[in-house]
Design a protein around this ligand. Structure first.
Ligand SMILES: Cc1cc2nc3c(=O)[nH]c(=O)nc-3n(C[C@H](O)[C@H](O)[C@H](O)COP(=O)(O)OP(=O)(O)OC[C@H]3O[C@@H](n4cnc5c(N)ncnc54)[C@H](O)[C@@H]3O)c2cc1C
Length: 374
């Protein structure tokens, strides 16, 4: 059995960024396991999808590229793009992993985790067993879509299962969901010449006083929406709470709303309704404490509230009103986790100049949201 000080599970931006932080801890023996390929979630995005947060090379002026997981690198430079495709971003992650010679084993799924009474974890993987004193869970959410947000969800096509909008039939289509994935679906379909009816609960692009892209539609998607909103092929219906989808006469689909309205469509409705709460962390759901909203309860060091030595990194990290679901947000937590592990192992950590969190820019510290609206 291999023995490690730390095992990171998942090689997306959270796992890769976390590994770079652990590289600064002298004499730490750590590894990363990834069930598929580096950046797998991004490789599965629909071909037309782009990062909504822009990339721009700004490091020499003290501000890291918003999508960088390594402060010195810039996805904008690696891919020559401001809004990267999933493939381009996965290639950027692979480039960072190669340059830094990160110890990643790909094609190695973690199957089971068992905390050991004396401390640490026994971890069963597809390629054998491991022991690690600390475990960092970085399994994201994209590969864990909510396929049944209401009865009949299984009759629909989830956004996360679309490889390319170009290869769909002629439509018309009904898209359910008014946030990023619903809008991305509708905009891409309209641009490709399809008729689209978009059913939304609320207008996420017009929420008074809400600017955080974790809650309101990003400027990038608002801009794209403006390009198509007057197009005859797009119809947006507001205040729709879908409660059920049924198959009628084995031929067409009926979408039922709570207020009794319904809409019929020949193609399976498209779900832009989101991902399972907790995402990939549900694979080890008993090792976390869950609050009444279905969010994971974490210590100030992002450690599980009921399993010592288990840390969470990535988009499920939340602290009170702060939601760290974007790369530029959750990367600010890596140093905190690395620092805590180094302290417990009594190992030296080689901080760069400035404060330990400062590498992500003047606001790049854990208190960034203190007293502000986001
Ligand atoms: C359409 C869309 C657009 C987005 N745009 C942006 C944006 O512009 N900017 C931004 O900051 N964020 C954006 N996000 C959010 C961003 O993609 C996620 O926050 C990010 O992918 C999370 O990174 P992660 O490393 O935690 O998860 P992932 O990228 O999902 O990586 C998790 C990895 O864990 C692996 N894994 C899972 N289970 C196991 C297991 N049991 N064993 C081994 N490996 C496992 C998976 O294969 C995967 O590679 C967007 C999301 C979507 C869906």
């Amino acid at each position: 059995m291999h023995k490690l000080d730390v095992l990171i599970v998942g090689a997306g931006p959270a796992g890769i960024g976390m590994a770079l932080e652990l590289n600064k801890v002298a004499d730490l023996k750590y590894g990363i396991v990834e069930r598929d390929r580096i950046g797998e979630s991004f490789r599965r995005w629909p071909a037309q999808t782009r990062l909504i947060s822009p990339s721009f090379y700004s490091s020499p002026f003290g501000l890291a590229d918003l999508n960088a997981v390594d402060a010195a690198s810039s996805p904008a430079i690696v891919s020559s793009a401001e809004h990267l495709s999933g493939q381009q971003y996965a290639d950027y992650l692979t480039f960072v992993a190669d340059v830094n010679e990160l110890p990643i084993v790909i094609g190695c799924k973690v199957l089971e985790v068992e905390p050991v009474q004396e401390g640490g974890f026994n971890i069963a993987t597809e390629r054998g067993d491991l022991y690690a004193q600390f475990l960092i869970w970085a399994c994201g959410e994209y590969q864990f879509p909510d396929l049944n947000p209401f009865p009949g969800g299984e009759l629909c096509q989830h956004y996360a299962h679309i490889e390319d909008w170009q290869i769909l039939d002629n439509g018309p289509y009904v898209v359910i969901g008014g946030y990023e994935s619903g809008l991305d679906s509708a905009i891409n379909l309209v641009k490709l010449g399809h008729q689209v009816r978009l059913l939304v609960r609320s207008q996420t692009w017009d929420l008074p006083g809400v600017y955080d892209p974790s809650q309101a539609l990003s400027p990038y998607t608002r801009e794209r929406l403006r390009e198509v909103e007057s197009n005859d092929r797009l119809e947006i219906i507001f205040n729709v709470n879908v409660v059920k989808v049924t198959l009628k006469e084995d031929e067409y689909f009926r979408i039922h709303a709570a207020d009794g309205q319904h809409w019929d469509v020949m193609e399976p409705p498209i779900l832009g309704t989101g991902f399972l709460k907790g995402g990939g962390a549900r694979q080890i759901k008993d090792l976390w404490e869950w609050d009444k909203h279905g969010h994971i309860v974490l210590s100030e060091f992002d450690e599980s509230a009921n399993t010592a030595g288990l840390f969470l990194v990535g988009p499920q990290v939340r602290h009170e009103e702060r939601i760290y679901c974007f790369i530029y947000k959750f990367r600010q937590r890596f140093a905190r986790v690395a620092n805590e592990i180094a302290k417990r192992m009594q190992l030296e950590i080689e901080w760069q100049e400035g404060s330990q969190d400062g590498i992500w820019g003047p606001f790049g510290n854990s208190e960034c949201c203190e007293g502000c609206e986001c």
